[in-house]
Write a new protein. Structure first.
Length: 499
């Protein structure tokens, strides 16, 4: 059986805690790998390696950092298929979806390659007599990232390339459910010339997480995951004096107005709700349809959903793969089997789906629930699976109020041909990312990603300008040099004279 160990100080380090976690192939249900689960002492070893590396990396030149990142980008590009294959093997998503994940991660590596312009300071000359003021940004030290199972390559690449480009060193704690991509990313970074200890990967469960959150040498923590854990990460790390960005869960809504192109809206709803088996925080899980077009829209969604091909991620004809674990699959199914009792019309029930020859895989089909109430479990909870809820509203105002009443505020979308309605929506909706006729408004790398309300804990979004600001801190320097022609000017106990 394959074993995944830690990557510390530029080399593989065997797990010493005696604790191991199983990694399954979601398509077969078979345990294929065991992953080391770190003790607090092993986490300390990773942090110590990062701290030692920071002594030189933190003062390295921007030219050195970016040259390594350019080589790293080239290696990642050359190994796209290899990274995607690891994602499919342990997460289960289809190969094309896994390739898309790698591509979105590469966007942030490319942003990090151009970090020189992001780190430029400011200078004001002659603010007073021969007094200049400059503002600079400096790295923090050792920073940590705790990442989820649903994007085992992309989300780590949302964090560590920017962090190390800014001069920090990094300790990554990826999900123990699909750990192999993280190790491969670290190995490629070493091949690109990244010095030992700048990027470390330590695997584990809550023991490892808590060790990072409380470690005195960790200056900042980035997290992506569910809202309850994001809230815990933020509270615990903040209480230990750390800077925190903790991205939580979501219940993303798509408002469809009567003038919308319903075929385009139906295509968007299917791709956004069921892509990656719904296991993404930017999935559209709730369509809010104006009542006059709701029946027609539901019919169009159903027609398209019934044609989606479900199968192993390494099968080229598969459009959707299995869920990550059997336990998660069973939990997702409960929202569908209990929906009718809570007032919903079950248009599609995917809970009995299986794949011939892969009967032990974590399979579930596409489910579509219509006329869902806002107090039902299927609406209130983040399901994180291929279940799409349709709610109905009589007017734009009613639909907007429904969306804004949600405790989540990650992403949202509106489908309409009316520019005035779209403009109102983007200003009035309470969410951090908005799509106009775009179902999954994940920003490009040079704009930041993040939500509002219970979808974000902390002040900074991830990557883009917010990412650079999170991984650096500002310093203002006021300088006065006497003119060479002046002699000693004596003591002046007054305020500086500005004129």
């Amino acid at each position: 059986m394959k074993t995944v160990n830690h990557w510390i100080g530029g080399k593989t380090v065997e797990g010493a805690s005696g604790n191991w976690g199983p990694v399954t192939d979601p398509a077969t249900g078979a345990v294929t790998t065991q992953v080391a689960l770190a003790s607090a002492e092993e986490v300390d070893a990773a942090v110590s390696a990062a701290k030692e590396a920071y002594a030189t990396w933190g003062t390295s030149s921007l030219a050195q950092r970016t040259s390594i990142l350019f080589r790293y980008r080239a290696l990642l590009d050359a190994h796209r298929d290899d990274i995607a294959a690891l994602i499919t093997a342990e997460h289960g998503k289809v190969h094309s979806d896994a390739l898309g994940e790698v591509a979105r991660g590469l966007e942030i590596v490319e942003l990090a390659c151009g970090i020189t312009t992001q780190l430029k300071g400011e200078l004001s000359t002659q603010v007073s007599n021969r007094v200049d003021v400059s503002a600079i940004r400096q790295s923090l030290g050792v920073v940590a990232g705790i990442t989820p199972f649903n994007f085992p390559a992309m989300v780590p690449m949302w964090m560590f390339p920017l962090a190390i480009a800014c001069g920090n060193t990094f300790v990554l704690k990826p999900s123990e459910k699909d750990p192999s991509p993280a190790n491969f990313l670290a190995e490629l970074a070493a091949e690109a010339g990244l010095p030992d200890g700048v990027l470390n990967v330590v695997h584990g469960d809550k023991v490892a997480v808590d060790a990072l959150l409380t470690h005195p040498d960790v200056a900042a923590v980035s997290f992506v995951g569910s809202t309850p854990i994001a809230r815990y990460i933020h509270a615990t790390a903040s209480a230990n004096g750390k800077r925190v960005q903790a991205l939580g869960g979501a219940k993303n809504h798509m408002l469809v107005l009567p003038d919308a192109d319903l075929d385009a809206a139906a295509d968007a709803a299917v791709s956004a709700a069921y892509g990656s088996a719904g296991e993404r925080c930017m999935a559209i899980s709730a369509v809010v349809a104006i009542s006059s077009i709701a029946d027609e829209l539901v019919d169009k969604i159903r027609e398209r959903a019934e044609k989606i091909k479900i199968g192993p991620g390494n099968d080229p004809v598969s459009e959707m793969g299995p869920l990550i674990t059997k336990a998660h699959r069973d939990k997702v199914a409960t929202y569908v089997t209990g929906a009718a009792a809570q007032g919903a019309d079950v248009v599609l029930d995917g809970t009995g789906y299986t794949v011939d020859g892969f009967e032990d895989g974590h399979w579930i089909g596409l489910s579509l629930l219509d006329k869902v109430s806002t107090d039902s479990d299927a609406y209130r909870d983040e399901i994180f699976g291929p279940v799409l809820c349709v709610l109905r509203a009589e007017t734009y105002e009613e639909g907007l109020a429904l969306i804004n009443a949600s405790p989540y505020g990650n992403g949202t979308a509106i489908f309409t041909r009316d520019g005035g309605a779209a403009r109102r929506f983007q200003l009035e909706v309470e969410a951090g990312m908005v799509g106009v006729n775009v179902p999954i408004p994940v920003p490009v790398g040079y704009h930041s990603f993040g939500g509002w309300k219970d979808s974000l804990f902390g002040d900074h979004h991830i990557y883009g300008n917010d990412g650079v600001h999170f991984y650096t801190r500002g310093k203002v320097v006021t300088t006065r040099w006497p003119d060479p022609s002046e002699g000693h000017i004596g003591v002046d106990l007054g305020f500086p004279r500005n004129h």
